[in-house]
Design a protein around this ligand. Sequence first.
Ligand code: SF4
Length: 316
Amino acid sequence: MSKPPLTLYLAAPRGFCAGVDRAIKIVEMALQKWGAPVYVRHEIVHNKFVVDALRDQGAVFVEELDDCPEDRPVIFSAHGVPKAVPAEAARREMVYVDATCPLVSKVHIEAERHHENGLQIVMIGHAGHPETIGTMGQLPDGEVLLVETEADVATLSVRDPARLAFVTQTTLSVDDTKGIVAALQARFPAIIGPHKEDICYATTNRQEAVKAMAGKIDAMLVVGAPNSSNSRRLVEVAAKNGCAYAQLVQRATDIDWRALEGIRAIGITAGASAPEVLVNEVIDALKARYDVTVEQVETATENVEFKVPRILRVPA
Ligand code: SF4
């Protein structure tokens, strides 16, 4: 029986960003330098496939520093950690490596600078996400107020409306964030924003590529993990920009084939923590059922690379 035709639009850029690449490299280099086990506080990046592969090499994933022995190195995840975490590691004289993405660290520095200038900070982010916890944890309690929606802005209670600044999580929806920023500026005209966007290049580029294809596809598959903020935003961006069906899949076995019945064109992208091997697995699954023609939708090229911390560049 002949297979039905399917045009597969493949987003570019998609998948790993420079921060994720660096964080994974940090764990691998730490394992080479110190041998197993190396402890990692929280999933190094939000992807089960990546975490399982590192676990197989000897990484031990824990949620809190208290779960790490003092005589083994510990790595902090790409999402960033509250200041109290490295301080506690130093107090316990542990060897630690901070894999916080430099673009998250940039937001931490921004928040600190505003605090030093006497401003209270409003953070636009998702409650409970490790990046939000890490950024809020750079300053004493009460100095960073969290808003998740435009409605939150209306009820926000601040110390002094004339002395405010805002920062954002790096992996938000670019369009939704514009609305929240506009609401903040309308209510607090003196509020100071970042010199340059806090939403990172990788988040922005992946959302742009999805927008460019959303109008011409019947369905979109986003390869990524349910706890990956930037992957979930890609599903929302596809739906908001005219794609009738968008699904987050961790790998090919998650595809809901019934929901794809009758489609003629599909889009594929991957969140910043999803490896290309899983994208290829999804494409192969589609090729097994459809006569696929692949078209690349390239809206940006990326050549960002971050160095690993110095401690890993010198021999043990
Ligand atoms: S998504 Fe952006 S902020 Fe997060 S690790 Fe990647 S480059 Fe860094």
